[in-house]
Design a protein around this ligand. Structure first.
Ligand code: PA5
Length: 445
């Protein structure tokens, strides 16, 4: 089986093997906490065995629902934010032809509810005018403001365009089994629904219907994605020196303890931009608490070598990098020879573009290690469903282990509530009268 690999030898100038091995005992303990459910946040461990416990019938139901939307819609809008958005967006972008939208392939999968940009919503609704569109609305709580606003607007537009009965056939809701406004509405309107389990948190939900349905709507093979995740579930199930989730979790914690407070996830393939966004939520929301935690950042190279490269090479030495390297590309492009050679590129004529990219990656890695930036490297055989499934499960498992090594609850997100409370107070939401009074006193502008 081809599989993702983790190489940590380029961190060894900054920390020693002993620094990493010193975390063996806490890592064993972390794995045990995850599998016995004896650690903090143990009511949110449902993601651990999603690949092995999701029934085939549920996957088949997701595929059938997706095919139904694909057959009846030119555009499907997936509405959600945070964990109810980023996983699907990451996988779809990694697998898609970059220019699919311009080629007119259908259905297009667009996203809404991941921001409150008025122009974004206006332009989306304008684009959907006269189009056959459907909606996948995803909210575990069913009350998150951003997706609720987008859904209210798009539901109204869809009903106006095709009538209430037809609209109900083109709306699928993914939410809590029993609770919340979206569950109530879906029951009242007769929408097809899928359940987000109580014990699966948003940022760990991509391998549930939350991620799987939009990915299937985009035309990708969710069975292969889940198979890859299952392979990784098995490969990282127990403590061992070869467990790559443990290796990554221990190494990043050893680096953190040595003063490397920022981790930059680096890619050399623009299709991985949103994979990094998903990863940032996973690690940021899981570990940034109790005034601790590695700050997760990302760059898309070689693009960002021309903007952030200077800082990374020469700025404050509190960073380390984790490079995701894609071994095989889907297509071949060879650099042509040119008689005049005015651009001086004939020395690489006949080489594949990917060879140049790989040399940019290698050259950068050596320069950064020389410049005091420790580097880990994760290789993924290709951007295909099964390997993305492996990568997703690998990062999730490593995140659980890493959070316990850091000694935080990796599965809650109490800090996310603070902005919501202030926003509700400022918007004078009923029930927030006291907060409204209090916040007025803090407004300085
Ligand atoms: O990780 C999380 O729990 C959050 O980022 C949520 O995913 C996000 O707030 C969306 O929540 P919901 O699905 O309840 O609308």
């Amino acid at each position: 089986m081809k599989a993702i690999k983790v190489n940590i030898k380029n961190v060894l100038g900054s920390i020693s093997e002993a620094d990493i091995n010193n975390l063996d005992a806490v890592s064993v303990d972390a794995i045990e906490k995850l599998h016995k459910g004896s650690g903090l946040g143990n009511d949110f461990l449902g993601w651990l065995d999603l690949p092995s416990r999701t029934p085939t019938q549920e996957i088949d139901d997701i595929v059938t629902t997706a095919n139904n939307l694909r057959a009846n819609c030119e555009v499907v809008v997936a509405i959600g934010i945070g964990g109810s958005y980023l996983g699907a967006k990451a996988v779809i972008e990694a697998l898609s032809d970059t220019f699919a939208a311009y080629r007119g392939s259908t259905p297009q999968v667009l996203f809404a509810g991941q921001n409150i940009g008025e122009d974004y919503l206006y332009e989306l609704m304008d684009y959907l005018k006269g189009k056959k569109f459907g909606i996948v609305v995803i909210s575990k709580s069913g009350t998150t403001t951003e997706p609720a606003i987008a859904f209210r607007l798009l539901k109204e537009q869809l009903e106006a365009q095709v009538g209430k009965a037809e609209a109900a056939k083109r709306i699928v809701a993914i939410t809590d089994a029993k609770r919340g406004a979206l569950r109530q509405l879906a029951t009242e309107e007769g929408y097809k629904t899928f359940v987000i389990d109580d014990n699966v948190g948003g940022r760990f939900s991509v391998l549930s219907p939350v991620g799987l349905l939009p990915i299937a709507v985009a035309g990708y093979d969710i069975k292969a994605l889940m198979q890859g995740a299952l392979d990784m579930e098995k490969a990282t199930a127990t403590h061992s020196v070869d467990n790559i989730a443990e290796i990554y979790a221990k190494t990043r914690n050893a680096l953190y303890r040595a003063g490397k407070k920022i981790e930059i996830l680096v890619n050399y393939n623009p299709k991985l931009h949103f994979f990094a966004e998903w990863w940032k939520q996973l690690y940021g929301e899981s570990e940034g608490k109790d005034h601790k935690g590695i700050f997760p950042a990302s760059v898309d190279n070689s693009t960002d070598l021309h903007s952030m490269g200077q800082w990374i090479q020469d700025g404050e030495r509190t960073i380390f990098e984790t490079v995701i390297s894609v071994e095989e590309q889907q297509h071949e492009v060879v650099i042509p020879s040119d008689e005049a050679n005015l651009d001086g590129l004939n020395y690489i004529a006949g080489k594949r573009v990917d060879e140049v990219n790989k040399m940019a990656e290698l050259g950068t890695r050596i320069a950064h290690v020389d410049g005091g930036v420790p580097n880990m490297r994760i290789t993924i055989p290709a951007l295909k469903e099964e390997y993305l499934g492996q990568l997703i499960y690998f990062f999730e498992k490593a995140c659980g282990i890493s959070g316990y090594i850091l000694d935080v609850n990796p599965f809650n997100q109490p800090g996310v509530e603070d902005y919501k409370r202030n926003m509700f107070a400022l918007l004078a939401k009923p029930g927030y009268e006291k907060e409204t009074e209090a916040i007025k006193a803090k407004i300085t502008e």
